[in-house]
Design a binder for this molecule. Sequence first.
Ligand code: PEP
Ligand code: MG
Length: 590
Amino acid sequence: MERRAPGQERRPDQLPVNPAAPSPEPTRVVVRGSGVSAGVGVGPVVRMAEPVAEPAHETLPPQDVDVQSALLQLAAAIEGVEEELQERARTASGEARDILHATAAMARDSTLRQRAEQLIETGASPQSAVWRACGWITDVFADLEGVVAQRVRDIQDVRDRLVSALDGRPAPGVPHRREPFVLVAYDLSPADTATLAPAQIAALVTSSGGPTSHTAILARSLGIPAVVAAPEVAALADEAVVLVDGDRGSVVANPAPEEIARSSERANLDAVFEGTPATADGHRVHLLANVGDAEAAKGFVHGGAEGIGLFRTEVCFLNRTSRPGVAEQVDLYQSVLSTAGTGRVVVRTLDAGADKPMAFLPHKAEPNPALGVRGYRMARAVEGVLEDQLAAIAQAGQGSPADVWVMAPMISTPAEAHDFATTARQRPGISQVGVMIEVPSAALCADEILNACDFVSIGTNDLAQYTMAADRELGDVAALNDPWQPAVLRLVQLVADAGTRAAKPVGVCGEAASDPILACVLVGMGVTSLSMTPRAVSPVARRLQEVSIDQCRQMAALALAANSPTNARDYAERAFNAYMNTEQKTESED
Ligand code: PEP
Ligand code: MG
């Protein structure tokens, strides 16, 4: 995706950062980044609080310690944290409310308090005392199983809140406000992003992060407008009102009311495509949705998709500390399958590891996690993980009218594809078994891989990352990490050709599928289905409807012959526009 340079407007570093005395007419400032989740959001800038670092644990001699004052500080921190959590519980509902009540109760837990008080009396600072007292409790809990073990994370949350309160800093994590705001952060973990409430977060802006990072993908699936790789956002004043345009990749501070109205109107214009997606001359293309959980799945049909082409199952478990059992997984998968009617649902087995670590799976520090034990490698390394998941998918599939397909992520060799297909085919309730092509070695061996399974789906996000050796989480290498890179396009063509030879479906489920021009190119290469964030389905369907399959093939040939991603896009787009002009001329001559 293109990175745009800052425009002509005044840059934020040319402005007073903290408008203690705001001028009557605040200046309009524009910051540029990469738009990664469409839509427009307006609200005050609120920053993500820093993670809490472990305090120093030195014990001072008794004469240097004011024990009474430290005990009072502890009491005030406990009271403040408990009150804040109760207040949040009052405005929350369902499971969130229960969790907040339980966490508030934990903050005033008498064992925790007594232990911290004892440590303060022996000379520890209140911060150190809280940290160690919580550590003692989590050690006890960690030795236990199941639900209790999950409480460890809640206690760590209470610990971080107490230490922040004692330091006089805001609580860590996503800030809580009554009114919607624009969340600004250096970067967000996928786990933090998954917990964002779309009703509270008007938009998300990060200084770092790449367009295909999982944070960007989750923001899209939640429908939160988002801009990433916008370093200058760090200089915007807290609470300054900003207009975030996730289509254009812009963040405008102090926008005029007319500008807000115009942007919102444009964002609402994209009416939903209805009909059967195909090219102008009737070449059928399946347009499907990428979803992460049942909540996201509920909205997919409204975008115009005919099924789910990528169900990222790991998203359901990002915040889990204990391994989900088969019965629990069956429930979760059923709730997603039930949104699809008789449509296709491609369930991807756990893609854990790298930037999506799962607390319930082993976590070894690796020098290059994206090249380490992730995806299928992780599922294979931990006994029972894959088997349990396949059993749950099959069970959910048997009780559902949906057409259930299953695929494994991060397959590197034909042997892995064969191994997965053999295991998955033993299960009833699964109609098609396939794998993802997201590692160059798999693309190069596409014939053998297709020989082992029923279909493949190309994950262009990882395929670009691994082909270009450019970390998809890093804003600095975003330009390399681009599906328009000729090397990436040529690998996709290899896979599409293998699919044509084998007469088996080849889908694309990476972010490339949501770019309407690239979608035409992919179809021209021979890709049979495109799966994308639900909001992208209508714009893609409309573009496809405007060109014939031959024109898509010409666009593909032009892009494949280009020597740079910019030229590839440019040639394909110009060809598309030329077809449109010719058609308009012919229509007016008629
Ligand atoms: C991909 O890599 O393109 C893909 C669809 O998988 P994910 O983005 O979840 O890694
Ligand atoms: Mg991937």
